[in-house]
Design a protein around this ligand. Structure first.
Ligand code: AR6
Length: 167
């Protein structure tokens, strides 16, 4: 296990961290997967906050309060839809992790939990996504070693991929 990166098998909504990252879409008005789970757990106030944000470009992130979640903040990151790999998907995915980390840090969060952004409904190949996530997080942690980053895997396959990359 490297530095302040922690790997867990679990549900993003149950993480006791300062900020949780949502795998959102550009409208920021809810959806399925992680997005649905976060909105259900955070309650209707989260959608009210999201409405004020006016959406978010792919590869970037915006912040709201955590509402009923134990996390103080939700960072809504918009991952790229996988379109074969030559549509800037890698850079856009890295942008999600980088923007989320920067937002967390700017708001004084010391711990942040990420789901495997884009690897569900958006069909990004999981191992390729995990490499990008790890590389981006490690680069950030070199500059901000005080931050704790938790990578939350919903299934054993994702957990196994991260585990072998971290080893
Ligand atoms: N906790 C942690 N990980 C989860 C959870 C959970 N509760 N639920 C699913 N995952 P996805 P995307 C995993 O589809 O690919 C939404 O409709 C899941 O197994 O949530 O970025 C949005 O509104 C997968 O590994 O996000 C967008 O329209 C990973 O989280 C679109 O889906 C991401 O799956 C975003 O698609």
């Amino acid at each position: 296990m490297s530095g302040k990166i922690e790997l867990v098998l679990g549900d993003i909504t149950e993480q006791k961290v300062d900020a949780v990252v949502n795998a959102a879409n550009a409208a920021l008005l809810g959806g399925g997967g992680v997005d649905g789970a976060i909105h259900r757990a955070a309650g209707p106030e989260l959608l009210e906050e999201c409405r004020k944000l006016g959406g978010c470009p792919t590869g970037q992130a915006k912040l709201t309060r955590g509402c009923r979640l134990s996390a103080k903040w939700v960072i809504h990151a918009v991952g790229p839809v996988w379109r074969g790999g030559d549509k800037n998907e890698d850079a856009l995915l890295a942008g999600c992790y980088r923007s989320s980390l920067q937002l967390a840090q700017a708001h004084g969060a010391k711990s942040i939990a990420f789901p495997a952004i884009s690897t569900g409904a958006y069909r990004f190949p999981p191992e390729r996504a995990a490499r990008i996530a790890l590389e981006t997080v490690r680069t950030f942690l070199n500059l901000h070693p005080e931050m704790e980053v938790r990578l939350v895997c919903f299934d054993r396959a994702t957990y196994g991929i991260y585990q072998s990359l971290i080893a």
